[in-house]
Every structure is written in C-alpha cells, then in structure tokens.
Design a protein around this ligand. Structure first.
Ligand SMILES: Nc1ncnc2c1ncn2[C@@H]1O[C@H](COP(=O)(O)OP(=O)(O)OP(=O)(O)O)[C@@H](O)[C@H]1O
Length: 665
C-alpha cells in the first residue's frame, strides 16, 4: 500500500471515529434536550399557578375567596356538619371545596389519604335537591361508605355488577322520582361505561333536573401516568359532552403535575378550580433500612423489629409479589407473629375475611401486595413496613400513608437493597413512565443527605410543605443528623471504571447489575492490595450506590431482554455517558463516623430508682425498683419519674438524648 493510500485510510479511520463520537454526542444532546423540555414544561406550569387569574383571586391563593362563610348555604352547611355528621370543624380545604361545588363549578381536589375527601361531596349532596352520582373504583369502598352513611341516616345506594334485578329497578325508578329522598348514588366506572340502560336513565334524570353533580373518587384512575390506571375511567370523558350542565368534582390523593394535567384533559375540566392540600403527614416517621442479602437473616430482623417496636400494634408489611407475601406471612407466623397474607389471587371472601380479622385485631400484621390498597381505613394502623421496594414514590406515599390515620405517631420503614431495584424495573419498564417513577423511589432510598419529608414534598411539587414544613425529627435523616456525618467523596475514577466495564465487557457478554457491582468491588479490593489505587476503598454497598447514582444521572442505562422464561436487565452506557469523560469528578455521599458532638451519646449514666407505690387491691405500700439508662450529656435535664415514663423538658427533645427504661416491675 502506497504512503498516500495509508494516509487516506488513516484519515478515513479518524473521520469514522469522530463521526461515531458525534453520533453519541447527538444522542446524548437529544436526551438532555428531552430532560430540559420536560423541566421547562414543569417550570412554566408552576409559573402559571403563580400568575393572577382573571377572576381577580390568585390561583394559588384560592382559599382566600372560597373559605367564606356568607354563601346562601353556609349556615345550613355548618348545621349539617354538626347535626348529621357530628363533626365540629372543617378540615383544611373541605369548606373551600364544598363552596366551589355548591357554586356549580368544576373542582379538582388533591388531599392526602385520610384527609377527609368524602365529606366534600357527602355534605353538598344533603344541601342540594336531586342526586349526586359518585363514581368509585371499588365495590368494597362503596360499601364502607354506604355503611357509614346509613349509620348517619343519609339516603344513599349503589349500583354495581352484583346488584339484583329488583334492586336495579328500584334505583332506576328512584332516580326519576322527584319525591324520592335518594341523595347519593355510587356506581363503578364499569357500570357507566357498559350499561346503556343506566346511561339512558341518567339522561332522563338530567333532563328533569335531578342530576346534580358528578363526583369522581380516586380520579387519578383516569390517567395512564397514575399508579392505578383503570381503562373504564376513560369513559368518563364523555360525561361533560352528554351532560354539559353538571358540575364535576374529582378527588384524589395523587398529585404529580402530569397526572393533574391528564385528568383535566380527560374529564374536559380544564377550567376547574384546583385545590391541593399539603401532603405532609407530620405524625409518620420515615425510615430506610438496609435489607440484608441473606433472606433468613432478613426475616429474623423483620420479626425482631415487629416484636420489639410494635408489640400488639396493627401493621402492614408490603411485599413485591403474591408468592413473596405468602412466604413472608408464613415465616412471620412461624416466629410467633399473628400474620396473614392478602393478595389479588385470593377469592373475595377469603380477602375480606383476612381484612376483617385485621380490623378486629385478631391478626397483628397483614402481609400484602399492593392489592391491599384503596379504602383501607384502619385508624390505628401503627406501622407500614416495605419488605420490598415500591414501584414509585407515589405508590410508596400511598402505601405508607395507611399508617397513623388517627393522627398518632406511626412508622414507615422501607427495607432497601440494590437487587430489588432491578427486580422491580423488569416489571415496570413497559409502562409509560415506569422507569422514571421507579427511579423517584430509588432516589428517595439512596439520598442520605436530605430530609425524607423534603424529598417527598419535592416530588409532589408541594412548595408549602417543602419551604415551611418542619420535620420535627420525624425521619431518619433529621433524627440522626447529629450522629452521622455525611461526607461527599469523589469517585470519578471508580465511575470511569464502571463505565469501561459496560462499554466493552471482557467476555463480549452483556453485564447484569449484580455482576457489575461484584466486578467493580473485587477490582477495587484486588488493586488496593498491590497499591492504594482506589483510596476511597468503597464497600460493596457503596459500589452499588455508585452504580445507582450513575443510573439516575443517565450515565448508565438499563437494557431489557426477553427470554422464554423471564426478562433480563443488563446495564449499558447511558445517554449522558460521554459527559462523564469530559467531567473530572463524580460524587457520592458517604456516611462518616459520628461527629464529636454525637459521640457524647456514649456518655450514659445508669440510674436506679426505688419507689414506694400503693398496691391496687390492698392499698398497702410496696417497693418497686426501676432502672433507667439516660444520656445526661446535655446539662440540666430535668428528669421526672412520673408513671411509667421518664419525662424530659420539651426543649431538650433532641436526638442526642436517649431515655430507655431497661427494667421495671
Ligand atoms: N372535618 C372533619 N373532622 C374530623 N374528622 C373528619 C373530618 N372530615 C373527615 N373526617 C374523618 O377522617 C377520616 C378519613 O376521611 P375520608 O375517608 O373521607 O378520607 P379520604 O381523604 O377519603 O381518605 P382515603 O383517600 O384514604 O380514602 C374519616 O374517619 C372521617 O370521618
């Protein structure tokens, strides 16, 4: 080959190489463009919410107009609240919603679980003449509400798949009878979508002016972006076309902007008044725990946790699959915990039997899949433990929100492990925003430098909560922030090594997440034996965190392959991987040793207290000895040995004070 030919070939190779780089850059720029466009949309939506609306009130400040008590129905509403519902005051946004819907305007209400959404349509139904139609996704939900309404002497009924012919006939005639006292009619979305006869009756009810209001409970079920999409909810889109004069009231506890936008579009209520309550559940303590990789060890830890922290207290353990829920229920039972499982594959009778036993405290723990969901209203559920990762932060919020509905302190504990991310991703990757949603909960689990409440608030765009809401040491980050020192470590070298492994795997075979973590960790250990090549000395957990952080940042990507038996997920370079090479740093957080301040905790004093107490039956004085371990590193703790507790002044309620009763009789 001539020198000239060699030069041309060399140049061709260089051009090809550069073209390949440009292709990658274009693809990464395109991904970045997507991310920026979506962020731009979010920002302009937020901006729109801040701009004064034409009605004069500010959109974010609608409560100013709608919490008035001088509407023509105001006096009656307060009377009904007290006399019929036996309640003293409205909860946040209840009065506003009632006023909007009685003004015949469309309204969308987003309130956390247990916030009191039902009253927002039940009370107006009693003020208006005519019938309020409530679309509700579950028969059990409707039945619970009917039972409650009947106990308050409110005339309500339901039509669903199991209604008898006679019952259907009675309801149809009540719908059209001006003298009937039927106030609320519950139906499933299927009934609306599939029964032409029912739609016909509704049409007639509308024509005679008895169709007052359409209430869509759990309205997020309309949206494919939501976590409970129900195809028949889509049918509700026709309601505004067929009944243009009725007002719509949508209620949900799901609040992401994309779901809200979607609901408005589907129901044709773009101009509705939107009320969004704060999502903060101040009484829930949020905690993430590392899940042991050995199953036996994990179950022992789980059982010990339940026995020690929640003896005789109701709770739920959420599992990944039906099989897992059966196994865990059995494993907890064999460790003397009254546990029963609940999942969609069990018959309706069996399910309601388990639910009933739990409600009556005959079962201590329900071990369930997400089938144990909507309509769970046990006020004193004290803990929700996630045995496995939820599908999204939204699912997690709903699931953990089933604890502490009575307002008393309750606990949300999520056991997290690297492998669970990929188990979940193979299930959700086919959903429209499945992976994006999954990464929101992964971020919640691996972020060790932010208050858990703040992370949830940010996800729900809950500005009020994020800026003003105090956590009051009710999450593991805030509680331990004195004890743990979080440091940022630069793992650029390790990140480049991760990328090199997935760019060209040694065996030409693609790499799974577990294999990748294993290879990276063993490389760090073996290189460090010869020379201190990787001074960060990342642990296995930290390597896993590095991989997840790279995944969240689009430096890595999951690549799914179907086999005849299952779906396999490999790790490949992500759309922004080329940027890593241009950067010179990549940080992850490391939980460091306790700070000096926190070390004081170890300064524990033991106190023995002998006291005389009166025996209940004989009135004789008897002696009782109690031992306490108290951290007295904070000066002047006033200790008050009253009853069975040792009280500290409120001002001393700091995470570095621990009071433990170690023995009493
Ligand atoms: N104004 C009020 N004052 C006191 N208690 C109330 C008030 N409004 C509702 N409640 C009570 O709060 C509890 C939860 O109400 P409700 O079932 O309507 O909540 P929800 O928002 O529909 O929750 P979920 O989304 O979980 O169904 C009920 O026991 C209800 O009686």
């Amino acid at each position: 080959m001539s020198i000239e030919e060699k030069d041309i070939n060399k140049e061709l190779k260089q051009i090809d190489k550069r073209l390949a780089q440009i292709r990658q850059e274009i693809s990464s720029l395109e991904s970045e463009r997507e991310i920026l466009l979506s962020r731009k949309k979010e920002c302009s939506d937020n901006l729109k919410n801040l701009i004064p609306s034409s009605s004069g009130g500010r959109k974010n400040d609608l409560t100013v107009d709608w919490n008035r008590t001088d509407f023509e129905w105001s006096e009656n509403a307060r009377k009904i609240l007290k006399e019929v519902f036996k309640l003293d005051t409205f909860r946040p946004l209840q009065l506003e919603t009632i006023n909007v819907t009685l003004s015949k305007m469309d309204c969308l209400v987003i309130m956390p679980t247990g916030g009191g959404k039902s009253l927002c349509f039940q009370l107006p139904a009693l003020i208006d003449t005519g019938v309020t139609l409530v679309v509700s996704p579950l028969v059990s939900l409707m039945e619970d509400q009917l039972w409650m309404l009947k106990s308050l002497n409110i005339n309500a009924d339901t039509l669903n798949g199991s209604s008898t012919k006679d019952h259907v006939k009675t309801i149809h005639s009540e719908m059209l009878d001006k003298n009937s006292n039927l106030k609320i009619l519950y139906v499933t979305p299927e009934k609306l979508a599939k029964s032409k006869i029912f739609m016909n009756k509704l049409q007639k009810m509308y024509e005679i002016g008895r169709f007052r209001r359409l209430v869509v409970d759990e309205v997020h079920c309309c949206s494919t972006y939501g976590h409970d999409f129900r195809p028949d909810y889509k049918f509700l889109g026709v309601m505004k076309q067929v009944f243009p004069d009725i007002c719509v009231l949508g209620l949900t506890a799901t609040a992401t902007q994309s779901v809200i936008d979607d609901i408005k579009k589907i129901l044709s209520i773009q101009k509705c008044i939107l009320f969004k309550a704060s999502f903060n559940r101040p009484n829930i303590f949020y905690e993430i725990k590392q899940k042991p990789s050995n199953n036996e060890e994990f179950i022992n830890e789980l059982a010990a946790l339940i026995k020690k922290n929640f003896p005789r207290q109701s709770g739920i353990v959420y599992c990944f699959s039906q099989k897992e829920s059966e196994q865990v229920a059995q494993q907890l039972s064999s460790r003397n915990i009254r546990a029963d499982c609940y999942h969609a594959n069990m018959g309706p009778n069996e399910r309601s039997k388990v639910h009933d036993k739990w409600l009556k405290n005959q079962v201590h723990v329900i071990v369930a899949t997400i089938a144990f969901g909507m309509g769970i209203d046990k006020q004193d559920c004290r803990f929700v433990i996630h045995h496995s990762l939820s599908k999204s932060l939204e699912n997690f919020y709903q699931e953990s929100g089933r604890a502490g509905r009575d307002g008393e302190t309750a606990y949300s504990i999520l056991f997290f492990k690297f492998g669970d991310v990929f188990r979940q991703s193979t299930m959700v990757f086919t959903e429209q925003t499945g992976l994006e949603n999954l990464y929101s909960i992964v971020n919640y689990c691996i972020d060790k430098k932010t208050c858990k409440r703040k992370l949830i608030a940010r996800h729900f765009n809950d500005d009020v909560w994020e800026n003003k809401g105090e956590c009051n040491l009710m999450c593991d980050f805030c509680k331990n922030s004195n004890e743990n020192r979080i440091e940022k470590i630069d793992v650029y070298k390790e990140a480049c090594f991760v990328l090199s492994l997935v760019e060209k795997p040694k065996t030409d075979k693609k790499i799974t997440s577990n294999k990748l973590a294993e290879l990276v960790h063993s490389e760090i250990v073996s290189k460090n034996k010869k020379s201190d090549c990787y001074p960060n000395k990342l642990s296995q957990n930290e390597v896993e965190k590095l991989i997840l952080t790279m995944l969240m940042n689009n430096y890595l990507k999951e690549d799914f392959h179907f086999t005849p038996y299952n779906t396999i997920c490999y790790i490949v370079p992500g759309p922004l991987s080329v940027h890593l090479k241009n950067d010179s740093f990549f940080y992850i957080d490391r939980t460091g040793p306790p700070s000096d301040k926190a070390k004081k905790i170890e300064k524990i004093e033991k106190i023995e207290k002998i006291e005389k107490i009166e025996s209940d039956d004989t009135n004789e004085l008897k002696t009782r000895k109690r031992n306490w371990e108290i951290d007295l590193s904070l000066d002047s703790c006033e200790l008050d040995f009253d009853q069975n507790e040792c009280h500290l002044p409120k001002s001393k309620k700091s995470s570095v004070v621990e009071v433990v009763e170690i023995d009493s009789d």
